[in-house]
Design a protein around this ligand. Structure first.
Ligand code: HEC
Length: 464
């Protein structure tokens, strides 16, 4: 008798151990507070996941949910604005709690805000000196915790000079991985990114600012950049400053609605889901997950049970690259679905893997152009798919930096990324995000590992 768990369920268990390090590595303080505050500020959604109640105007009527978010009046970076002669004050952290009394646009003076007075301002419409606020500022039904989270968020919006932006530079961080296995890949990624930035700068920069690439390591949180580029999930085991948005190729961080992490491609869990979908769609049944320490007896059991497909990962212990030989020695030849390209050549005709960038889907001209450009920049010949995904990353970043405008801030950059709907990189499918979804593509290519493959060259499989 063999127990067959649901494939999707056990994939999650298998991956959980791989990913734990990722989850626990990020951030030293609790980023969740600022993240909840951000959601309230930008979307007007409270802790219970619903729109907050906001009573506005002299009649104190409830505002429609679409208008209750602070962002509508105080602006996407908390700097406030003046519209039709009326001033909405700035409420960024540095404005609210300067250690002296402030004079507002209308000449009114008030003391610095503390957690309690901030809560009173939001719920009762009294400023930090007890002065009633104009009825345009709604009265909110909020908990003290929600108000505190908002304040935490407003502090992270930060000063412009803290955001890695000066009059003539935009500082973009590059997170170096401490993982020696990844070191070579990361070096290549950095070279490609630096070459792209050199091109942008030569062309006059973005809004006349040059882009600087700053190497960031775990300790360098004091002068954080506008945005961090990461190359892959493994790199996120290094903690990064919580309020700095992150753009990376893949990540396991899937708290889309809350996080500041944006990724181009699905992470390992989703790749596994795509492979499972693929197996099901091709009549291969539910794939069995093969662990590095699987015994021949277990393999025989699966053979006898007629299992047609197995899911393998070269990350999980690495000892699976001889799987094909072992299975064949037992008279079994299942489809091998690899979660990533194995480190050694696998030539089985039934071995498949997933790729975010599929070279066979890119035109020969585009590839030739890229190669010429790479030679011009003295880039090594290494992993082409990887290089192209880095170029795509930078193209998307460039687009977002342009879109965010000259008054650049992290908040604006995040909003601009979230508004990106279908950006053409030239090498990937169109990329798009929303405030709820921070993974730019919703599927992945399934490709054969060997030229002698039995399956079509490349097939797009959705992770939905
Ligand atoms: C419909 C527009 C509008 C919305 C939405 C709004 N505000 Fe205001 N807010 C104002 C206006 C206008 C003022 C200035 C009132 C005055 O000066 O009397 C103000 C004042 C404030 C003040 C007092 C600032 C000071 O210096 O004393 C705080 C704090 C504040 N808002 C926070 C928020 C937060 C947090 C949210 C979201 C939960 C929010 N506001 C949503 C319009 C708005």
């Amino acid at each position: 008798m063999i127990a067959r768990k649901s494939a999707a369920g056990s994939v999650l268990i298998l991956l959980a151990s791989l990913l734990l390090a990722v989850a626990s590595g990020r951030a030293d303080s609790d980023p969740a507070d600022a993240v909840r505050g951000r959601r309230l500020y930008r979307e007007g959604i409270g802790d219970d996941g619903r729109s907050v109640v906001a009573l506005g105007g002299t009649a104190g009527l409830p505002l429609p949910p679409a208008f209750s978010a602070c962002i509508h009046c105080h602006g996407d970076d908390g700097r406030g604005k003046t519209e039709a002669g009326r001033t909405v004050p700035a409420i960024r952290g540095e404005t609210l709690d300067v250690p002296y009394a402030s004079t507002l646009a209308d000449g009114r003076r008030r003391s610095p805000y503390k957690a309690a007075s901030f809560f009173t301002a939001l719920t009762q419409g009294l400023d930090s000196s007890g002065h009633p606020l104009d009825a345009t500022m709604p009265r909110y039904h909020l908990s003290e915790k929600e108000a505190a989270d908002l304040l935490t968020y407003l502090k992270t919006i930060g000063l412009r000079s803290d955001e890695g932006v000066t009059d003539d530079t935009i500082r973009i961080g590059f997170l170096k991985t401490a993982d020696p296995v990844q070191a070579e890949n990361t070096r290549l990624d950095r070279q490609v990114i630096a070459a792209c930035f050199a091109d942008i700068n030569q062309g006059g920069g973005i809004h006349r600012r040059k882009i600087e690439l700053q190497d960031v390591d775990a300790q360098a949180a004091d002068s954080p950049p506008v945005l961090l580029l990461l190359t892959d999930a493994l790199a996120t085991t290094t903690p990064v400053p919580v309020h700095v948005p992150v753009l990376c190729a893949t990540t396991e961080e899937r708290r889309d609605e809350e996080s500041l992490v944006f990724s181009l491609f699905p992470g390992a869990t989703e790749r596994a889901r795509a492979l499972i979908n693929y197996a099901t769609a091709h009549g291969l049944g539910e794939p069995i997950i093969i662990r590095a320490d699987v015994s021949d007896d277990t393999l025989k059991d699966w053979r006898d049970a007629g299992v047609k497909a197995v899911l393998l990962s070269s990350c999980a212990g690495g000892g699976l690259t001889d799987f094909g030989d072992r299975a064949r020695a037992l008279g079994w030849n299942p489809w091998q679905l690899w979660l990533e390209h194995p480190p050694v050549m696998v030539t089985d005709a039934r071995a498949l893997t997933v790729e975010a960038v599929s070279l066979s889907m890119i035109s020969a001209d585009a590839l030739a152009d890229y190669r010429r450009w790479a030679t011009l920049h003295n880039l090594p010949a290494g992993d082409l798919r990887r290089q192209l995904s880095m170029v795509s990353l930078v193209r998307l970043l460039g687009e977002a930096l342009k879109g965010a405008g000259h008054e650049l801030s992290r908040a604006k950059l995040v909003t601009t990324l979230e508004a990106e709907r279908s950006f053409q990189t030239g090498f990937t499918l169109p990329l798009g995000f929303s405030s709820r979804r921070h993974t730019a593509t919703n599927g992945i290519y399934v490709v054969p590992l060997a030229a002698s493959a039995m399956m079509p060259l490349s097939e797009w499989v959705s992770i939905e």
